[in-house]
Design a protein around this ligand. Structure first.
Ligand SMILES: NC(=O)c1ccc[n+]([C@@H]2O[C@H](COP(=O)([O-])OP(=O)(O)OC[C@H]3O[C@@H](n4cnc5c(N)ncnc54)[C@H](OP(=O)(O)O)[C@@H]3O)[C@@H](O)[C@H]2O)c1
Length: 341
């Protein structure tokens, strides 16, 4: 229809790009025209969208002419180069990379937490880190009612968080391992099959924290607009194909019970409680895969804090969806450009 926006996806052939297409379709996102953009390697490939055959084009300076909303999932370097080009051409950019997340002029948005920040944008809105989104969707409604002073997170991050090539490497290296064949990792820094390792982002030699952990700390403070919240985090890559899991313990300013947390989360947007002690059934990445909600379970008092201010829980979420494509589409759904005049 004439009033529907023209959408561009930069990085359409990647793991997140594929989910942009599927999520827009599933949520009936209005699209007048879709521009599918990737590197020269993919130019000429075709994909189906709502019965239309779309030809992938090489991303260039002219790609955003006439585009209303540009969804970026092509990495930080591409975002830094092309997001300003898209803005100059009149598009609003929702970027999945870390390029602009900590820029004070760029809103960093999880719609369930700070949708109101969308209106502050000056052309670019950043989608937060996927490990941060997974933790913050359930922590936010608790934080609003009883401020969280301190949170400790340990992540169990899937291959899909590192893109399509990392997923393929997990599959191929697992097959090679089972067949007794040698496999030389190309995407990950260490053997991935039947192994796990500290997150594959760069380590700061001074602090010992890797980039993923630093992102979770900084982004939590920015999204919660709370510079005082203390965040401790350990990020680990596990040999799971899709969906991140996290063990989370948080300490509130006032006492909080397991029942309080269960009650708050039972009403929280974007959260589904999966917490069946009788069946030992709790959030798992296989159950979170393909789901929009963050699954939350193992909700229990933190026995290391006898003051009653701390609770532990275990969460799992599809980081290609809520951690990336779905969150970005939710942001786009709130833009006035969604219904162009
Ligand atoms: N995976 C996740 O769960 C997740 C979550 C949150 C944020 N993100 C962020 O989203 C971005 C993409 O992640 P991904 O997992 O989808 O990675 P991916 O599967 O490796 O896909 C990367 C995409 O970027 C495109 N690209 C690479 N170099 C390009 C270039 N020079 N010009 C134009 N396009 C280029 C690729 O096109 P070709 O196929 O042509 O190479 C592909 O479409 C990254 O910034 C990542 O940090 C990912």
């Amino acid at each position: 229809m004439k009033n529907e926006p023209v959408i561009a996806i930069a990085g359409v052939t990647g793991a997140v790009g594929a989910e942009f297409i599927a999520t827009m379709d599933r949520r009936k996102f209005p699209v007048r025209k879709l521009k599918a953009l990737a590197s020269a390697r993919s130019a000429g490939r075709t994909l189906d969208f709502r019965g239309m055959r779309i030809v992938v084009e090489e991303l260039s300076e002219r790609s955003f002419d006439g585009v209303d909303i540009a969804l970026f999932s092509a990495g930080g370097a591409i975002a830094r180069k092309f997001a300003p080009v898209a803005v100059k051409a009149g598009a609003v950019v929702v970027d999945n990379s870390s390029a602009f997340r900590m820029d004070p002029n760029v809103p960093l948005v999880i719609p369930e937490v700070n949708a109101r920040r969308i209106r502050d944008h000056k052309g670019i809105i950043a989608n937060p880190n996927c490990a941060a989104i997974t933790a913050l969707v359930p922590l936010w409604p608790i934080h609003q009612l009883n401020r969280i002073k301190r949170v400790i997170i340990a992540t169990y991050q899937a291959a899909s968080g590192a893109g399509a090539a990392a997923m393929a490497e997990l599959v191929h290296s697992t097959r090679a391992h089972l067949d007794g064949e040698a496999f030389k990792p190309k995407v990950m820094p260490h053997p991935y099959a039947f192994n796990l390792f500290s997150h594959n982002t760069a380590i700061d030699p001074e602090t010992g924290y890797n980039d993923e952990e630093t992102k979770v700390i900084g982004e939590t403070r920015k999204i919660f607009e709370d510079e005082r919240i203390a965040v401790g985090v350990t990020c680990v890559r596990v040999p799971v194909l899709r969906a991140h899991s996290e063990a989370i313990t948080f300490e509130c300013e006032r006492p909080i019970s397991e029942a309080d947390v269960r009650d708050i989360l039972s009403r929280a947007p974007g959260v589904r409680i999966v917490d069946d002690r009788s069946k030992n059934y709790f959030p798992m990445p296989v159950d979170a895969s393909g789901q929009d909600e963050v699954l939350v379970g193992r909700i229990r008092k933190d026995l290391s804090d006898p003051s009653g201010h701390s609770v532990s829980m275990f969460v799992a979420a599809d980081q290609l969806l809520k951690g990336a494509a779905l969150n970005a589409i939710q942001i786009a759904e709130l833009l006035p450009e969604r219904a162009m005049a």
